[in-house]
Design a protein around this ligand. Structure first.
Ligand SMILES: Cc1cc2nc3c(=O)[nH]c(=O)nc-3n(C[C@H](O)[C@H](O)[C@H](O)COP(=O)(O)OP(=O)(O)OC[C@H]3O[C@@H](n4cnc5c(N)ncnc54)[C@H](O)[C@@H]3O)c2cc1C
Length: 295
């Protein structure tokens, strides 16, 4: 394995300044579960790895009870999210997703920020956060900016970060009342495997507890980047959330997907499975909205 120097800045500004000093010879590292694999395989040969794990702040999920906004620091590990009572109770779609990432050992060190910046189409963290209408905060030499998470992904392995910029925070706006959500990673097995598909559904109900006030249907490994099935969402809005309408929305979502043949599954099967999984996750989201069923 190529030798590298491990740098441990304590502030965001210090990290950015180190990145500026070392330029293309440097790379950020958070949990290292993607970076170190690539270093070992010789796919990257950075001379300096700048750790983000020693920076204070951005390392806890935090619910603002006054505004209802949830902040998740980019350096929060998947395990912290999995163990968070607030996330288990109110954001089960996110809990569904992180609890099956890698193994406990991986989840203890791997961060949600690293998962998003890595930007692989199969990133399990991306789909639930897009369904929750998340925004991301980004900090760099030019200051802070923020954007919708959906627009952050530019292509496989590519995201909207300029050189030296750091993803600092994920912001989830307040949930509508009577909201339920669910995510499934579909593959040959749940753990330690890249999914063939990832499907997340969020529904918010009107006061009658049947009619869909808002729907989010999001898919991973169904296109080069995580996507929303916007036509399927529109189909469901204003209708009863039931088996038939969810099956119709699932069919539309399958048509909106841009699945292709790969070693993990052929396109026609994946398209069919989008329909099946949208319906299944929609019913689970409905049940959670009705009972506030924890994950
Ligand atoms: C055995 C194994 C199983 C896995 N299983 C899964 C799985 O089931 N599902 C899944 O989605 N992923 C899985 N992964 C991939 C990986 O664990 C996740 O993507 C993880 O969340 C990456 O986070 P990290 O902190 O380790 O990132 P790192 O490896 O530290 O960094 C990843 C990339 O992001 C950059 N980076 C990290 N944080 C920031 C930041 N805040 N700002 C700017 N740049 C940043 C780094 O420079 C690097 O390019 C698995 C990996 C392994 C090794």
């Amino acid at each position: 394995m190529k030798r590298f120097t491990y740098l441990t800045p304590r502030t965001l500004d210090e990290a950015i300044s180190l990145h500026q000093s070392h330029g293309d010879r440097a790379r950020y590292i958070a949990g290292g579960t993607d970076v170190l694999v690539k270093v070992k395989e010789g796919k990257i040969s950075s001379e300096y790895l700048i750790s983000l794990k020693h920076i204070i702040g951005q390392d806890r999920p935090f619910l603002n009870y006054e505004t209802g906004e949830l902040f998740i620091g980019a350096f929060v590990t998947h395990r912290m999210i999995e163990k968070s009572p607030v996330i288990q109770a109110h954001y089960p779609i996110l809990h569904d997703a992180v609890k099956n990432i890698g193994s406990v050992q991986i989840r203890n060190v791997a961060t949600i920020g690293g998962n998003l910046v890595n930007a692989v189409p199969s990133a399990d963290g991306a789909i639930p956060l897009i369904a929750l209408d998340a925004k991301v905060n980004i900090y760099g030499a030019k200051g802070q900016r923020s954007m919708e998470l959906l627009r952050f992904f530019l292509g496989p392995g590519q995201c909207d970060l300029e050189k030296g910029e750091i993803l600092t925070e994920i912001l989830i706006p307040p949930l509508l009342p009577r909201t339920g959500s669910a995510y499934i990673k579909h593959g040959r097995r749940e753990a330690m495997e890249l999914p063939m598909l990832g499907v997340g559904v969020l529904v918010s109900l009107e006061e009658d507890m049947e009619t869909c006030a808002k729907a989010r249907i999001c898919m991973g490994v169904a296109a080069p980047t995580p996507i929303r099935a916007v036509q399927a969402e529109k189909h469901l809005a204003g209708k009863a959330v039931n088996e038939q309408n969810l099956a119709e929305a699932g069919k539309i979502a399958g048509e909106e997907s841009r699945v292709r043949d790969s070693i993990r599954g052929v396109a026609w099967y994946r398209r069919e499975m989008v329909g099946v999984l949208v319906k299944r996750m929609g019913l689970k989201a409905l049940s959670r909205a009705k009972k506030m069923e924890p994950s």
